[in-house]
Design a protein around this ligand. Structure first.
Ligand code: ARG
Length: 261
């Protein structure tokens, strides 16, 4: 995770970002610390990346790389405003003992568009990550990639539209169907017949931008509609308020890069 010390909305690269709307930096920090402390209270280790003053979106640490089985595929950002973040992440991995680090040739925004089930890598495309990055990730990780087409600019990253609830299984996800093309919706229905389906209201509250450890699901408190369906499937939903970070178009998952393996 990367503390939002330099978070601001000075440019707009997704429909949620309005540079005219002021950001309360101290509230953003408090909300972020609350999320970090929540992970620690659940027994998870949280590493912190040093934020840089000229990279206001760096708080969205999920976009900086993808780590599966201890292998790190670096990111390559779609917009010049965020390009500098990729090197900061790679430096962190090198300094922390990760040796298998892949340099991407094609645009991929890390876990913004890549997520992992027990056997597969689910991969979003349409707004940020290049379809060519999907092939690159499959080659790098040696896992089958399932490409999913995003069609609504409000759900510009896969992690704003879909969340894996248990990565030891291949059938435990929640998603917002309308964020996907008809073909991708059919793929999702075929692969995940028991998925939790989100309403527009819950997706708008960034309910899909959740992090699950297989039991606890941390998600924005405004995504009320998801709590009961999650409980009914045996998960324990825990609500977090990241309203300030929503002004940048991100929430729980965007702030969290997962170190798998
Ligand atoms: N302002 C950032 C952008 O548009 C937000 C990134 C959110 N991160 C995420 N994993 N969806 O790139």
């Amino acid at each position: 995770m990367c503390p939002p010390e330099h978070f601001s909305v000075t440019y707009s690269i997704n429909p949620w970002m309005d540079p005219g709307k002021p950001v309360d930096l101290s509230l953003a920090l408090t909300q972020w610390e609350h999320l970090r402390d929540h992970y620690r209270a659940l027994g998870h280790t949280v590493e912190e990346l040093t934020p840089q003053p000229d990279l206001p979106d760096m708080v969205f640490a999920a976009n900086g790389a993808t780590v599966v089985d201890g292998r790190v595929l670096g990111a390559r950002f779609a917009y010049p405003e965020r390009t500098g973040e990729a090197a900061a992440h790679q430096d962190w991995y090198r300094a922390h003992g990760f040796t298998d680090i892949g340099e991407p040739q094609h645009v991929n925004e890390g876990e913004g568009d890549f997520t992992v089930t027990a056997s597969w890598l689910l991969a979003g495309r349409g707004f940020r990550s290049s379809p060519l990055a999907h092939g690159e990730a499959q080659e790098f990780f040696g896992r089958p990639v399932i490409g999913l087409d995003l069609v609504d600019p409000h759900y510009y990253h896969l992690d704003t539209a879909l969340c894996v609830l248990d990565d030891t299984r291949d059938d435990a996800v929640m998603y917002f169907p309308e964020a996907f093309s008809p073909g991708s919706r059919a793929v999702l229905a075929r692969l995940f017949p028991d998925a939790v389906l989100a309403t527009r209201a819950d997706a708008e509250a960034f309910g899909m931008n959740a992090v699950s450890d297989g039991h606890h699901v941390l998600l924005p408190q405004a995504a009320h509609g998801l709590f009961e369906p999650l409980r009914a499937r045996g998960y324990e939903p825990l609500s977090v308020d990241l309203s300030e970070l929503l002004k940048g178009g991100g929430s729980v998952k965007c702030c969290t890069a997962e170190l798998r393996g």
